[in-house]
Design a protein around this ligand. Structure first.
Ligand SMILES: *[C@@H]1O[C@H](CO)[C@@H](O)[C@H](O)[C@H]1NC(C)=O
Ligand SMILES: *[C@@H]1O[C@H](CO)[C@@H](O)[C@H](O)[C@H]1NC(C)=O
Ligand SMILES: *[C@@H]1O[C@H](CO)[C@@H](O)[C@H](O)[C@H]1NC(C)=O
Ligand SMILES: *[C@@H]1O[C@H](CO)[C@@H](O)[C@H](O)[C@H]1NC(C)=O
Ligand SMILES: *[C@@H]1O[C@H](CO)[C@@H](O)[C@H](O)[C@H]1NC(C)=O
Ligand SMILES: *[C@@H]1O[C@H](CO)[C@@H](O)[C@H](O)[C@H]1NC(C)=O
Length: 581
C-alpha cells in the first residue's frame, strides 16, 4: 500500500508538472499574437481601440468608465514601448520603426506641455498622465510620479544605442539626445525627493522609482560619453552612485524582502519589487544582489515572501500546495476593486523566474545562500547552502523545479484568461472573472515580455555588471543614514509663499547644488507648503555658498544678497531652516 501511495503521489506531481508546462507552452503560443495585437490596438493614430489618440500615444486601456483609463501614462507608455523597441532592435519585429518614431515625437511634445506639476523646467516632467490629444490632465491626482522620465529615457536610450550602432549618429545627437537629456537631468536632480509610487497611492520614496532612475542614469552616462557630452556623463554617474546606495536601504533583512515604499504604513510586500527585478534585469550582471538581479539571493527571497502573502487572501488560491504557483496582486493590503490578482503582477513573477533560469543556465551554476535558502527549500527540503555546478543533480533538480514553478504562474494566468485571449487589469479573487479596465495595454505587454523570457530571449545590457557600492552600512536604511561614505544628508527647508505654477529651487557653489547654474538647481517639494523642503546628500565637512531661486514660466528670480553660507557636519545629518528674502 505504501509503495502504491508513494507512486500515486509521484504520478500526481508528474502529471501536474506536465499540465503546468503544457498549459504555459500552449498559452504562450496562442496568447503571444493576441497580446501583440492588443498592444498595437491601443496606440494612436491607427490602433483599432484608440480612436482619438494622437500618433504615438499609448492609451492605458480603452475603458472610459469604471474605471476611466482613456489617458496616456508616461510609465505605462514607456514600459510598453521599451518592449516594442526591444523587439525592433533585436530583429524580432522589423516593422515597428514607424510606431517607435511616432512614440518619440509624441513624448517630445508631452515633455513641453505645461501641467499641474510644472513646466518642462520646473517639474512638469514628473506629471504622471496626459489626455490622449496631448493636452494636460488638470484634475486632482497623485503627482508627481518620478519613475516616468526614467522609464522613458530607458526606452529611448535603447533606440538611440541601436540607431547609433547603425551609423545614424546625427539623428541620435541632434534629435533624440535633447529629449533623453531632459528626462535624465530630471532624474539626476530629483531622485532624492518624495514621489508617488507606481500605483499612484503612496507619497514617499519607492523602490521601483529609485531602481529605474538608477538604471536610466547608468545607461544615460554611457550614452552621454559616447556622444561626447562628458559633463552630463559625470553628473549622471555621480547621481547613480548615490541612488545605488539608497537602493540598498529598502532591503529588510529580518523579513527577507524588499520594502516597496518608505511610507504608506503597509507591510511593504509589493509587486513593485518583482517588477523592478524584471525591468532592471541585465543578463551581464549575473546574480548580483546590489542591483537585485532576478536570480540574486535577495530578489529570490523577496519573490517568495511576496508570493506567499497572497496564498491565503484570494479564494482562487485555496487548496494550492504551499510551494506551487498562485495568483498574485499588487500588495496584500490592496482594496482597489476590493483587492484582486492582476495579470501583469502574476506574469512578472513568472518572468523573474525565467530571467533567473537564463542566467543560471548561461553561467552553468547556481548558488544557494542563507538568504535564498528558504526559496530553494520550497523545491527540495534537503538542499543546503553552496554552489551547484550545472553538472550536479542539485542544479538539475532545482532548475527544473523553478521552471515548473514559473510555468505555474503562466498557467494561472491562462486559466483565468477568457477564450478570446483578452486581458483586463484584474481578475476576481473569488470567481476568477475579469475585473476593472478591459484590454489593459500593460497586461498585454507583460505577457509578451514574460513569453520572451520563457523562450530565453534577452536584450541589451544596461551596464549593471560589476557595480559595487561604497556606502556606509550604518543606519541600515532607517532615515538619516548617510548615503555614501564621506557624504551627509542635509535637509533644506525654505519658507516661501508662491503663486500657482511657481516653484522654489536651491542652487549653490558645489556640484550637488548645480555650481550656481539655475538649470541645474534642485527643486524643493511643496508637500508642506509654504515650507518648501528637500534633502540633499552633500560632501561632509565642506563649506559652500547657496541661494534659493524661484522659477515661474521659465523666468528665474534670485533671493537678495548676500549669498548664504553653510558648512556640512562631518557625519550625521542636519536640518537647515531658511526664509525667502
Ligand atoms: C535616422 O533615423 C531616423 C528615425 O527613424 C530617420 O528619420 C532618419 O532618416 C535616419 N537617418 C539616416 C541617415 O538613416
Ligand atoms: C534621500 O537620500 C538619503 C540618503 O540616501 C535617504 O536617507 C533619504 O531617505 C532620501 N530621501 C528621499 C525622499 O529620497
Ligand atoms: C556562484 O558563486 C560563485 C563563487 O562566488 C561565483 O563565481 C559564480 O559566478 C556564482 N554563480 C552565479 C550563477 O551567480
Ligand atoms: C520568443 O517569444 C516571443 C514572444 O512570444 C516571440 O516573439 C519570439 O519570436 C520567440 N522567439 C523564439 C526564438 O522562439
Ligand atoms: C554670490 O556668489 C556668486 C558666485 O560665486 C558671486 O558671483 C556673487 O558675487 C556672490 N554674491 C555676493 C553678494 O557676494
Ligand atoms: C528646523 O526645523 C525642524 C522642524 O521643522 C526642527 O526639527 C529643526 O530643529 C530646525 N533646525 C534648526 C537648525 O533650527
Amino acid at each position: 500500500m505504501r509503495a502504491f501511495v508513494v507512486l500515486s503521489v509521484v504520478l500526481a506531481s508528474v502529471s501536474s508538472v506536465f499540465a503546468q508546462t503544457a498549459s504555459a507552452a500552449a498559452y504562450a503560443t496562442t496568447e503571444a499574437p493576441i497580446a501583440k495585437a492588443g498592444v498595437l490596438a491601443n496606440i494612436g493614430p491607427s490602433g483599432s481601440k484608440s480612436q482619438g489618440a494622437k500618433a504615438g500615444i499609448v492609451i492605458a486601456s480603452p475603458s472610459t468608465s469604471n474605471p476611466d483609463y482613456l489617458y496616456t501614462w508616461t510609465r505605462d507608455s514607456s514600459l510598453v514601448f521599451k518592449a516594442l523597441i526591444d523587439q525592433y532592435t533585436s530583429g524580432i519585429d522589423t516593422t515597428l520603426r514607424g510606431a517607435i518614431d511616432n512614440f518619440f515625437n509624441a513624448e517630445k511634445i508631452l515633455q513641453q506641455v505645461s501641467n499641474p506639476s510644472g513646466t518642462v523646467s520646473t517639474g512638469g516632467l514628473g506629471e504622471p498622465k496626459f489626455n490622449i490629444d496631448e493636452t494636460a490632465f488638470t484634475g486632482a491626482w497623485g503627482r508627481p510620479q518620478r519613475d516616468g522620465p526614467a522609464l522613458r529615457a530607458t526606452a529611448l536610450i535603447t533606440y538611440a544605442n541601436y540607431l547609433y550602432s547603425t551609423g545614424n549618429t546625427t539623428f541620435v545627437s541632434n534629435t533624440l539626445w535633447p529629449v533623453i537629456k531632459l528626462d535624465l537631468d530630471y532624474a539626476a536632480n530629483n531622485w532624492n525627493q518624495t514621489t508617488f509610487d507606481l500605483w499612484e497611492e503612496v507619497s514617499s520614496s519607492s523602490f521601483f522609482t529609485t531602481a529605474v532612475q538608477h538604471r536610466s542614469l547608468r545607461e544615460g552616462a554611457t550614452l552621454a560619453t559616447k556622444l561626447g557630452v562628458t559633463s552630463s556623463a559625470s553628473t549622471y554617474t555621480s547621481a547613480a552612485s548615490s541612488l545605488l546606495c539608497f537602493l540598498q536601504s529598502y532591503w529588510n533583512p529580518a523579513g527577507g524582502y524588499i520594502t516597496a515604499n518608505t511610507g504608506g504604513g503597509r507591510s511593504g510586500k509589493d509587486a513593485n519589487t518583482v517588477l523592478t527585478s524584471i525591468h532592471t534585469f541585465d543578463p551581464a550582471a549575473g546574480c548580483d544582489a546590489v542591483t537585485f538581479q532576478p536570480c540574486s539571493d535577495k530578489a529570490l527571497s523577496n519573490l517568495k515572501v511576496y508570493v506567499d502573502s497572497f496564498r491565503s487572501i484570494y479564494g482562487i488560491n485555496s487548496g494550492i500546495a504551499s510551494n506551487a504557483a498562485v495568483a498574485t496582486g499588487r500588495y496584500p493590503e490592496d482594496t482597489y476593486y476590493n483587492g484582486n490578482p492582476w495579470y501583469l503582477t502574476t506574469l512578472a513573477v513568472a518572468e523573474q523566474l525565467y530571467d533567473a533560469l537564463i542566467v543560471w543556465n548561461a553561467r552553468g551554476s547556481l548558488n544557494v545562500t542563507s538568504t535564498s535558502l528558504a526559496f530553494f527549500q520550497q523545491f527540495s527540503s534537503s538542499v543546503t547552502t553552496g554552489t551547484y555546478p550545472s553538472t550536479s543533480t542539485t542544479f538539475t533538480t532545482l532548475t527544473s523545479a523553478v521552471k515548473t514553478f514559473a510555468d505555474g504562474f503562466v498557467a494561472v494566468v491562462a486559466k483565468y484568461t477568457p477564450s478570446s485571449g483578452a486581458l483586463s487589469e484584474q481578475f476576481d479573487k473569488s470567481s476568477g472573472s475579469q475585473l476593472s479596465a478591459a484590454d489593459l495595454t500593460w497586461s498585454y505587454a507583460a505577457a509578451l515580455t514574460a513569453f520572451e523570457a520563457r523562450n530565453g530571449t534577452t536584450f541589451a545590457s544596461w551596464g549593471a555588471a560589476g557595480l559595487t557600492t561604497s556606502c556606509s552600512s550604518s543606519g541600515s536604511g532607517s532615515g538619516g543614514g548617510s548615503g555614501s561614505s564621506g557624504s551627509v544628508p542635509v535637509n533644506f527647508q525654505e519658507t516661501a509663499t508662491t503663486v500657482y505654477g511657481e516653484n522654489i529651487f536651491i542652487v549653490g557653489s558645489i556640484s550637488p547644488l548645480g555650481n550656481w547654474d539655475p538649470n541645474s538647481a534642485i527643486a524643493l517639494s511643496a508637500a508642506n507648503y509654504p515650507n518648501w523642503q528637500v534633502s540633499i546628500s552633500l560632501p561632509a565637512s565642506t563649506t559652500f555658498q547657496y541661494k534659493y531661486i524661484r522659477k515661474y514660466n521659465g523666468a528665474v528670480t534670485w533671493e537678495s544678497d548676500p549669498n548664504r553660507s553653510f558648512t556640512t557636519p562631518s557625519s550625521g545629518s542636519y536640518n537647515e531652516n531658511d526664509t525667502w528674502r
